[in-house]
Design a binder for this molecule. Structure first.
Ligand code: HEM
Length: 173
């Protein structure tokens, strides 16, 4: 696995600045996802104009927290468990990962380079994120105590925070 943290951060910063930033990247993400994987379309009730902000905020939190597992792991476990409510299946993670890789490659290769090491780093990061979310979704009971310690309910939501995908400890995008 080749997770180069500096490269992950550098590329995410570029994604925020280039080609219309996270709005363009996020909108392309859902456009391509629904075209290529139409079966997941019915799971989404929030329009892409809103949904993309949540996805991009969570990518921001992941990139910011990648070296602090004590913070990132509960965040990802809670997110995996919340996805049970959205009727996400484990098999969907490959589709979402493939889609994110494709739109990132397109977004970043317009104004600059998208190299093999960038692709390897993002692939590794997405793999860890998916594995961590799925692990919790497969056995939410095992994470109940950890979630409680970090202010989440056992369903992964926060009673007093309508936006649990924003990691308040980091700067939001
Ligand atoms: C890379 C892993 C993923 C990340 C980082 C991610 C991120 C998010 C975030 C931040 C939200 C906002 C709500 C919340 O945080 O509870 C969300 C909602 C959602 N996600 Fe994901 N997600 C991932 C994987 C997936 C997969 C594999 C699917 C399956 C198709 C999926 C489908 C959904 C749906 C249906 C919603 C609710 C949309 C709505 O409100 O209508 N996500 N996701």
């Amino acid at each position: 696995m080749s997770l180069d943290v500096a490269l992950l951060r550098e590329t995410f910063n570029r994604a925020k600045e280039e080609n219309g930033g996270t709005k363009a990247l996020g909108m392309s993400f859902y456009k391509r996802l629904f075209e290529k994987y139409p079966s997941v379309r019915p799971l989404f009730n929030t329009p892409p104009e809103e949904q993309h902000k949540k996805l991009m905020a969570s990518l921001g939190a992941i990139v910011a927290g990648v070296e602090q597992p004590e913070r990132l792991l509960p965040y990802l476990h809670a997110m995996g468990i919340r996805h049970l409510k959205y009727k996400t299946e484990n098999a969907h993670y490959d589709a979402v990962g493939e889609n994110l890789m494709a739109v990132l490659a397109e977004h970043l290769s317009k104004e600059g380079e998208w190299t093999q090491s960038m692709a390897d780093t993002w692939q590794a990061a997405i793999g860890v994120v998916a594995k961590t979310m799925i692990e919790a979704a497969d056995n939410p009971e095992a994470f109940r105590e950890e979630l409680g310690k970090h202010g989440y309910e056992s369903d992964g939501f926060k009673r007093n925070d309508p936006a649990p995908w924003i990691d308040r400890a980091t700067v939001s995008i």
